[in-house]
Design a protein around this ligand. Sequence first.
Ligand code: FE2
Ligand code: FE2
Length: 259
Amino acid sequence: MRWLMLGDITGHPGVAAVARYLPGLITKHRPDLVLANAENSAQNGRGITRQAAERLYDAGVEILTLGNHAFDQKDTASWLGDDPRIVRPANLHTSVPGQGYTTVKVKGKVVAVLNLIGPAGIPLGSNPFLFFDQFYKDISASCDFLFVDFHAEFTSEKLAMGWHADGRATAVIGTHTHVQTADERILPGGTGYLTDVGMTGPRDGVLGVRKETVIRKFIDQLPAKFDVADGFLQLSGVLIDVSESGRVTKIERIQQLEQ
Ligand SMILES: [Fe+2]
Ligand SMILES: [Fe+2]
C-alpha cells in the first residue's frame, strides 16, 4: 500500500495549497492513506482550528498530526479529543487533551499513527525514545503497520529516532523545521525514513512567515509580530510504499512550487 504524508501545513496559504494540489496528487499517485502535519494550519499559522481541519479533510487528508503548536488556538483543547482523525504528540503529560495515536484500517490492515515530539529545542514532552519502546510493546500485537511523525528540531535526534525505531516502525517521518531534507532512505530493518518532510504553505516567506518581518527581526534584534506570508504556494510531501510484510519498498519526496 502507498501512503502520502504532507509536511507542516502553514496558515491559509497551506490549506489553499492542499486544496489546490492534493486532489491531483491523489489522482496521479493513488495513495491508500493521506496524512498531514497540521500544527500550523489555522488561518493565522498558529495551531489548528476545526474549520482548517475540515477543509483539509475535504481536500482528501485523512489523518492529521500536530506538534509544539498544537494548542496555540485557545479553544483547541475543548474539541481535540472528539476527533479520532487528529493526533497530538503522545509523549506529553497524560492530562493534556486529545490522543497521541490513532488507528485506521487501510486495505484490511490496521495502521497505527503515532505523533512524538523531540526534546532538543522543544522541551515539552517526556523522553520520546523510551516512550516509543513502551508504545511499541503495547501496540505492536494489535496493528500491522506503524507510522511515526517525529516532530523535532534537530537532525540528530530525528536520525537517531529513525535508527532506534528501524524494523519496528514502518516509517519515521520528521516534521517541524519547515525545510525539506534530501535524505529519504530505507533503513536496513525496512523502515522508511526522512529527516523532515518540509512545509506546505507560502513559497516565498521564511518558514511560512513574511520574509520582511523576519529579516527586520534579525537586523533589529527586537521581538516582532509574525504574519503568514502571501503570494505563491508550495506543497511538500513524501510518498511511502509499504509491502505486505511491512517493509518499505520505496520512499520518494514531493515538492510542488507554484510558478
Ligand atoms: Fe510547523
Ligand atoms: Fe513545530
